[in-house]
Design a protein around this ligand. Structure first.
Ligand SMILES: N[C@@H](CCC(=O)N[C@@H](CS)C(=O)NCC(=O)O)C(=O)O
Length: 212
């Protein structure tokens, strides 16, 4: 498998965690945001959405991290990323989508660039925006984690899920933008535990081949 990635992309970080958890070896194909390589014609021919990541599985190219992760989960069932019952799966997906659909898109590079360039916001304005939306999203997620985590090691019950795969990259980004995480002790404890697991540690931005 080939993963089109960028070390700092949190959506790619999710897929790197998923690949590691499933024990799948893959080739990294970095696309540097600074050089706009994700917007170049050769990459748009691969992923017309012009977003990182994309996964090439023997010539079949998939985009959107959650679609990729669910594909991997169906193709390689162990360890499972979703619980056994429809109700529990809905809870896990709710937490994962709370990050992937409610926090991440508002804080994506092109949104921050738009604030900076078109709306003339300086670093303070952009950082304020970033922290606002991550804090707003984490507030609800913290309550969900308190309700559903059993033991504070994972977001849902006491086993790993799609929600955990989404949480850690978002936590990394929140820290990168110096977000105050004091109001989110449950999320912080879960993330600290997850970050100690090799599959998560090996997917960190700073240990990727294209890290600068
Ligand atoms: N919902 C998409 C989001 C993909 C996405 O936005 N990727 C970011 C990096 S984390 C990207 O390519 N950003 C480029 C840009 O904003 O120009 C997914 O989960 O794959």
């Amino acid at each position: 498998m080939k993963l089109y990635t960028f070390f700092r992309s949190s959506a790619a970080f999710r897929v790197r965690i998923a690949l590691n958890l499933k024990g799948i070896t893959y080739e990294s194909v970095p696309k540097a945001f600074a050089r706009n390589e994700h917007r170049a014609g050769d990459y748009l021919a691969i992923n017309p959405q012009g977003l990182i990541p994309a996964l090439d599985d023997e010539g079949a190219v998939l985009s959107q991290s959650l679609a990729i992760i669910e594909y991997l989960n169906e193709k390689y069932p162990a360890p499972p990323f979703l619980p056994a019952t429809p109700l529990d799966r809905a809870h896990v997906r709710s937490m994962a989508l709370g990050i992937a659909c409610e926090i991440h898109p508002l804080n994506n590079l092109r949104v921050l660039n738009y604030l900076r360039r078109e709306l003339q916001q300086n670093d303070d304005g952009v950082n304020h925006w970033y922290r606002h939306w991550v804090s707003e999203g984490f507030a609800g997620l913290e309550q969900q984690a308190r309700r559903y985590s059993a033991g504070g090691r994972f977001c849902f019950a006491d086993s790993l899920s799609l929600a955990d795969i989404c949480l850690v990259p978002q936590m990394f980004n929140a820290r990168r933008f110096n977000t105050d995480l004091g109001a989110f002790p449950t999320l912080t404890a879960i993330s600290t535990h997850l970050e100690s697991l090799p599959a998560f540690a090996d997917a960190r931005p700073e240990v990727q081949p294209d890290a600068v």
